[in-house]
Ligand binder design. Structure first.
Ligand SMILES: Nc1nc2c(ncn2[C@@H]2O[C@H](COP(=O)(O)OP(=O)(O)OP(=O)(O)O)[C@@H](O)[C@H]2O)c(=O)[nH]1
Ligand SMILES: Nc1nc2c(ncn2[C@@H]2O[C@H](COP(=O)(O)OP(=O)(O)OP(=O)(O)O)[C@@H](O)[C@H]2O)c(=O)[nH]1
Ligand SMILES: [Mg+2]
Ligand SMILES: [Mg+2]
Lengths: 280, 292
């Protein structure tokens, strides 16, 4: 589409298709096309190579709110408490393992909290990741109270003067009110263990997710107040364009991206790389 | 909802009249938006809207329905036909065991669905044996082992093994001890573009000769559903799809896309995390869900 010399209706239709195929959704794609028309009129976009750069500029402008992902400048209260949340199977546990490894390499003592007391072998899975990451782990009991596990872990981290507490939570669909209440309870309980905890709550989004991703962000944000997003499985063929749709409505920084199943497959979010990759 | 929008579009059309190009145009625009919002594949939507347009044009306005209801009926019927026409219940192999192979992307719900399928087979009077053939994911074998325990189904677990084909072979050797007449194999999640792992899957298929290979797909999957399903189908020829996490509000357009492009039916839907949450697929319910 970007090799076209003229901005005709065919070119715009092809551009719309590319945006929808990247999971931006029809409405966001439409907004982008409208902006393309505006910028073509005022000559800030030209056909040919100019179109590609022009569209990438538009996308980057939309993503400005998601770019506060100077992930390394996260405020550092001690211990810093992070809750990882999201729907089932998106990559929370794996991402937390990668993050623990990343922080371990940076120095300081991290504590991984296996607080998914619901799903079969979730605690074992998190424990294996703590070994890979080289960090300590606190394991809940299957069937136990997840909020209590998180509370105890933060108290232990304070006593042991640790730097970071990384809490894994069970996957849950955002439409299930009782399960969302459970997370709110964990959030309240953490505040009692340490004022201002949890300092961060990040929602993990799977890059293969379509338009439902917006509903996920909306509901989790409304319930908890998210402070960031992580976009996983970008090593697959899905472009993760749903985050552009999300960025239209929420100013949530994308902290990291997941690009594989290994302990090192974590990268800080780079908006230039991300928007350019949409058209690969 | 789409029905309400379509009613609004045709509210000017009263009494006797035809559905015309002009009023169809606005309707098809709304239908297109609704289906794209539901994650139906771009090309599939294009073809679908075209067919609806052809059916709607020139139709006499029925006396029993408003024009909006009439168009909704055309859309609903077309959706149900697309999704329902190939549904068949499970049948067992003439010679036991009947083997089921579950494949798909990471996190789609394979392990959980394998246990759910085993439980369903038990309800059907069968004796399933679960096989933990995911050698990569931390605690994957333990996960299936625990699920098998929950439904009192034996599970073949080889913790030290790095060879899924060999695990499956051992499972077939072990099956008679359990008097198993069905074997349900859980495999590791993998990307359809991972050549090594797709080759491994083809080897597992060759070694196990499953009667049913099910692609497990998350209902919230977006536009790539078609490419994923096409690639898995080319690598291991799937019989059908298990669409998971339909207990949420994901519309599940991937179901329509896969059926339209790959031509394989949705065999089951996952509607929860518990092991009894696997249901037969109902095309009319899916049609309503897609219409929002
Ligand atoms: N290819 C790829 N796979 C990933 C990535 N992140 C996670 N996964 C895989 O996705 C699957 C699910 O990951 P989990 O960490 O168990 O996901 P979860 O959100 O904790 O799942 P629940 O706790 O069951 O809700 C695993 O097979 C992971 O290896 C990624 O960035 N790329
Ligand atoms: N709500 C809901 N959750 C489901 C359903 N099916 C599976 N899950 C959950 O989705 C998550 C992932 O399920 P798994 O069975 O581990 O997925 P998988 O495909 O085996 O994952 P990998 O082996 O890592 O590729 C778990 O939290 C499951 O409990 C479903 O139908 N509804
Ligand atoms: Mg987890
Ligand atoms: Mg699994």
């Amino acid at each position: 589409v970007f090799s076209r010399k003229r901005l005709d209706i065919d070119t715009l239709e092809e551009l719309e298709e590319a945006l929808i195929l990247a999971d931006l959704g029809a409405r966001t794609a439409d907004k982008v096309l409208q902006e393309v028309n505006v910028r073509v009129k005022n000559r800030t976009i030209e056909a040919g190579d100019g179109l590609r750069d022009g569209v990438i500029d538009i996308l980057r402008d939309i993503m400005t709110g998601a770019m506060l992902s100077a992930a390394e400048t996260i405020a550092q209260p001690r211990p810093w408490v992070l809750m990882m949340v999201g729907v089932n199977g998106v990559g929370k546990t794996t991402t937390l393992g990668k993050l623990a490894h990343h922080f371990h390499q940076q120095g300081g003592k991290s504590l991984l909290v296996a607080a998914d007391t619901f799903r079969a072998a979730a605690i074992e899975q998190a424990a294996i990741w703590s070994e890979r990451a080289g960090v300590d782990v606190i394991k809940g009991q299957p069937g136990g109270d997840a909020a209590a596990v998180a509370f105890d872990a933060v108290q232990a981290a304070c006593a042991r003067r640790m730097d970071r507490v990384l809490i894994d939570t069970a996957g849950r669909l955002h439409t299930k009110a009782p399960l969302m209440e459970e997370l709110k309870k964990m959030q309240r309980v953490l505040g009692r263990a340490l004022p201002d905890a949890p300092h961060d709550i990040w929602l993990v989004l799977d890059a293969t997710t379509g338009q439902n991703g917006l509903a996920q962000v909306r509901q989790f944000h409304e319930s908890l107040g998210l402070t960031g997003l992580v976009l996983t499985k970008l090593d697959g063929t899905s472009k993760g364009g749903i985050v552009i749709n999300v960025a239209q409505e929420f100013q949530l920084p994308i902290r990291y991206i997941g690009v594989g199943e290994g302990v090192d497959d974590l990268r800080p979010f780079d908006v230039a790389e991300f928007t350019a990759a949409l058209f690969d | 909802s789409l029905s309400a929008k379509l009613d609004g579009i045709f509210s000017q059309l009263r009494g006797r009249g035809k559905l015309t190009e002009a009023n169809i145009k606005e309707a098809t625009r709304e239908i297109r938006l609704a289906l794209l919002e539901a994650d139906v594949n771009f090309q599939v939507v294009k073809g679908f809207v075209q067919r609806v347009r052809e059916q709607a044009l020139g139709q006499e306005v029925m006396r029993s329905l408003t024009p909006g209801q009439q168009v909704v009926k055309i859309v609903r019927d077309e959706l149900t036909t697309l999704m329902g026409s190939q549904h068949t219940p499970l049948t067992m192999a003439s010679q036991p065991p009947t083997t089921f192979l579950l494949v798909g992307l990471q996190g789609s719900g394979k392990t959980t669905s394998a246990a759910k399928l085993a439980r369903k087979l038990q309800d059907m009077g069968r004796r399933p044996l679960l096989v933990a053939a995911d050698v990569y994911r931390p605690a994957a074998m333990e996960q299936l082992r625990l699920l098998g325990e929950q439904i009192q189904t034996p599970v073949v677990v080889r913790q030290g093994s790095r060879d899924p084909v060999d695990i499956c072979r051992q499972a077939f050797e072990e099956a008679p001890q359990h008097q198993a007449d069905a074997i349900v194999i859980d495999t590791a999640g993998r990307l359809q573009i991972d050549e090594t792992l797709m080759q491994e899957l083809a080897e597992i298929k060759t070694a196990t000769n499953p009667r049913y290979t099910f692609l497990v797909v998350d209902a919230m999957t977006g536009q790539e559903a078609v490419n994923v399903a096409t690639a898995f189908n080319q690598a291991v020829s799937i019989e059908g799809v298990i669409l998971t996490k339909l207990d949420g509000d994901a519309r599940g357009g991937a179901a329509l896309s896969i059926q339209a492009v790959v031509g394989k039916p949705i065999q089951f839907v996952g509607v929860g995390e518990k092991l009894d949450a696997l249901e037969a697929f109902h095309p009319e319910r899916m049609a309503s869900r897609l219409l929002g």
